[in-house]
Design a protein around this ligand. Structure first.
Ligand code: C2E
Ligand code: MG
Ligand code: MG
Ligand code: MG
Length: 273
């Protein structure tokens, strides 16, 4: 009886695994097609300045309008891309789109300073052609210093610290600003941070979620901001959803805010249309 139950559980497990492998395989072929068909697109979420009524930066976030599955969020397909061999192609596509958008916006809003930030993945950091590709795009789309920012998660920056430092230094030389994403989740030290050529840290949304009520998170945010001040880094709070979160963060002099309280990601570069 128990044995039978065990066996059937194993069978269910095998079916489940087979299904998962199949799904992964179809997603991989789909992604290639989706990039060609423009089913994958970028949306842009405003990054708002301290005073709330201003925004001069946007983060580019990927969305996939899948013909059968509907709208897919990046958490469902980025890990698959990352584990397949498709990341160089996908990453290049993202950066090229971002550069095109910068060029268009610069042309239609001449004189206004702005930037777009894009997320960098770990395999891009390890791709030998990455720096060449970026510098080609910068030239091709006449991207000026400060118009392009790249986000790298804290855990990638720390785990791959030697490689990261090398690549980030080269990006810096091209006038690209660097932000550390999901900050607070990766156990980095002050010393490690100081060794990287970064401009900004983005406090992970899991810390913002329950402030000002959660005293531990409140203390953490305070110390992150104090540390950032000490080494002249800008601070962005991610996932700001309520007025009270915003007011609390403002009381700590947080520089930038990103979240549904201000704006959801949209296909246009806009703020308070
Ligand atoms: P991330 O870089 O930390 O991006 C912020 C995520 O928080 C986005 O989720 C954004 O839509 C969401 N968000 C912003 N404000 C709020 C808020 O007030 N409340 C809540 N609950 N969520 C908010 P999204 O677009 O689903 O992206 C998830 C992650 O996928 C990103 O996290 C990033 O790590 C990754 N990702 C997205 N696009 C790309 C890409 O083009 N390339 C790479 N390598 N990764 C990407
Ligand atoms: Mg990001
Ligand atoms: Mg983030
Ligand atoms: Mg995040």
């Amino acid at each position: 009886e128990a044995k039978n139950r065990g066996r059937s559980r194993i069978r269910v497990f095998h079916q489940y695994m087979e299904q998962a492998v199949k799904e992964r395989h179809t997603l991989e072929t789909d992604i290639h097609q989706a990039l060609k068909n423009d089913d994958i697109k970028l949306v842009y979420q405003p990054i708002v300045t301290f005073s709330e009524n201003n925004c001069n930066g946007w983060e580019a976030l990927a969305r996939w309008q899948h013909p059968k599955r509907g709208l897919l969020m990046p958490d469902t397909f980025i890990p698959i891309i990352e584990q397949s061999s498709l990341m160089p192609e996908f990453g290049y596509w993202v950066f090229e789109r971002v550069c095109q958008t910068i060029q268009q916006h610069h042309t239609s809003h001449s004189g206004q300073s702005f930037y777009i930030s894009a997320n960098l993945s770990v395999s891009q950091l390890k791709d030998r052609r990455f720096i060449d590709n970026i510098s080609r795009l910068i030239n091709q789309y006449a991207i000026k210093p400060g118009m392009l920012e790249l986000e790298i998660t804290e855990s990638i920056a720390m785990y791959e610290s030697k490689q990261a430092a090398d690549i980030l230094n080269q990006l810096k030389l091209m006038g690209i600003r660097i932000a550390i994403d999901d900050f607070g989740t990766g156990y980095s030290s002050f010393t490690q941070l100081k060794q990287l050529p970064i401009d900004k840290i983005k406090i992970d949304q899991s810390f913002i979620e329950d402030v000002p009520n959660n005293t531990e998170h409140t203390a953490m945010i305070k110390s992150i901001i104090a540390m950032a001040r000490a080494i002249q880094l800008d601070v962005v709070a991610e996932g700001v959803e309520t007025r009270s979160q915003y007011e609390f963060l403002q009381s700590l002099d947080c520089d930038f805010y990103q979240g549904f309280y201000f704006a959801k990601p949209s296909s246009q570069l806009r703020f308070k249309s």
